[in-house]
Design a protein around this ligand. Sequence first.
Ligand code: PBG
Length: 333
Amino acid sequence: MTFRQFPATRMRRMRKDDFSRRMMRETTLTVDDLILPMFVQEGEQRRDAIPSMPGVERLSLDLLLEEAAELSELGIPAIALFPVIDAEGKTLHAEESYNANGLIQRSVRALKQAHPELGIITDVALDPYTSHGQDGILDDEGYVLNERTVETLIKQGLSHAEAGADFIAPSDMMDGRIGSIREVLEREGLINTRIMAYSAKYASRYYGPFRDAVGSTANLGKADKSTYQMDPANSDEAIHEVAMDISEGADAVMVKPGMPYLDVLHRVRNELQVPTFVYQVSGEYAMHMAAFERGWLDERQVIMESLACFKRAGADGILTYFAKRAAQWLKQA
Ligand code: PBG
């Protein structure tokens, strides 16, 4: 394409007025794009702050239900649930993860009963349930065993689906888990349970505050997750992971973290053309909040900019701890 040159072309003409800026806006953020990750804990009327995530709280189920009513009222399509498991519930083999009456399973049932219109996404991974904080079951050397872990993930995923989860979201990064879980769901007649695969999930240090929130930081110690999560240096590998998860039966895929990985998001969306979600993770939230608290960045403008940029990069939806605030602002606008 040959462009006419200045002054025939003045890029600022279309930028001059609000109406023409609106006319040429290429992407728009709506409430339909927003998914709120939430932390649920045992107890009643129990609400605990997470120091590294100011403004995010761990809620007992009764309070979570109240919050869900507000989120649904705001038009948020779905929430993603994460459990805070007490020390007694954490074991070497993560048996609590597939307890039909476990915290997540009870929460899903209660949420679907109270707010059937609100989509519920559950995390399939063992880290909140293991005494060592890894996402799987270890051998004697501390290596996460693939097939042994997948066996447990199948049980966990099935228990979530049976409780009524709309989406199960494996975030463990074991090989073959999507296919194995899909096969069991089909066999059990749970044909409409959707799978959102954390496909391009990186071994990122931006998950630190999340690990504080679910109480796995101390258990994990100095260990990391780089034998199963992806190397931040890679992007072709993300395409490979996503293609595998789709071929194994995932309905949607995810890129995680978000802002430092917009190129990966863009590639996945453009090269594979499947529903692609992005997770603006706990560390991204913490960085933003730290700057807002110091008055270094404008909270509302910066949050909305960060979310709009995910849309521009190709996201079909965004898991973000800012979802409620953003939904409120979109409603006011
Ligand atoms: C569990 C899981 C993690 C996150 C979502 N699911 C942590 C991890 O992999 O260590 C991180 C979310 C966030 O940082 O907000 N496998």
